[in-house]
Design a protein around this ligand. Structure first.
Ligand code: 13P
Length: 249
């Protein structure tokens, strides 16, 4: 069974509720025929608006983070059951911006990934090396360390329910896209790590993220182990995002 391409828009801290609504209305007619999984990750505040607007369409909705506990004294946090209640279907976990600016740790991720699965949310787990790690030849070591730690609480049989996004830190928001060969090499390595952990690695969807644009998407997505894209900047414009969805076939 070929893997269904998976294209996700990570809006980060962009778009008000009104802007989110405008985007969805503009995107829908442009991607009406797509066979891909199309996922939008708005801010918490715009989640419900996007859930309502996409009703009856193929678009799915993901949050950009969540807390690992279901409830409790964690001021400012949102839990997996709260996201599920408003029909959010997935959640981005471990984005490098959260690791870098908000002290997201592998220990927290080891609890967040199973908590998301338990609540019926699809985790989109982000991993990726820094520029220094790549220059030092440590890319695989970093990826393996992150994967082993972040997936430590997931049973082998559940591993393929996780979507993994390979996002090299040096390619995020920099315009410096990884070459298709670099993306393929890292995604193939990630698949091997999951296979070694006993996961159904052939079913696992692995995305590339980092300066994906309509102009470079087709080449990246043509690689056998690159099953989709997690798109930041180019996902803020419905025309550009639709172009990337189109490139995925
Ligand atoms: P850019 O596409 O803006 O490089 O962002 C990538 C990203 O971080 C998606 O999560």
């Amino acid at each position: 069974m070929p893997r269904t391409p998976y294209i996700a828009a990570n809006w980060k801290m962009n778009k008000t509720i009104a802007e989110a609504a405008e985007f969805v209305d503009a995107l829908l007619p442009r991607i009406a025929a797509t066979q891909c999984d199309v996922v939008i990750c708005p801010s918490y505040l715009a989640l419900q608006e996007v859930v309502e607007r996409r009703r009856g369409t193929a678009i799915r909705v993901a949050a950009q983070n969540m807390h690992e506990e279901d409830w409790g004294a964690f001021t400012g946090e949102v839990s997996a059951p709260m996201l599920g209640e408003i029909e959010v279907e997935a959640v981005v976990l471990g984005h490098s911006e959260r690791r870098q600016f908000f002290n997201e740790t592998d220990e927290a991720l080891a609890r967040k990934v199973p908590a998301a699965l338990a609540a019926g949310l699809e985790p989109i787990l982000c991993v990726g090396e820094s520029e220094a790690a790549r220059d030092g030849g440590e890319t695989e070591e970093v990826l393996e360390r992150q994967l082993q730690a972040d997936l430590s609480g997931v049973e082998g049989a559940d591993l393929s329910k996780v979507v993994i996004a390979y996002e090299p830190v040096w390619a995020i928001g920099t315009g410096r896209t990884a070459t298709p060969e670099q993306a393929q090499e890292a995604c193939a390595f990630i698949r091997d790590v999951v296979r070694m952990r006993g996961g159904a690695a052939d079913e696992l969807r692995i995305l590339y993220g980092g300066s994906v644009k309509p102009a470079n998407a087709a080449e990246l997505l043509s690689k056998p182990d690159v099953d989709g894209a997690l798109v930041g900047g180019a996902a803020l414009d419905p025309g550009d995002f639709a172009g990337i969805v189109e490139a995925a076939g």
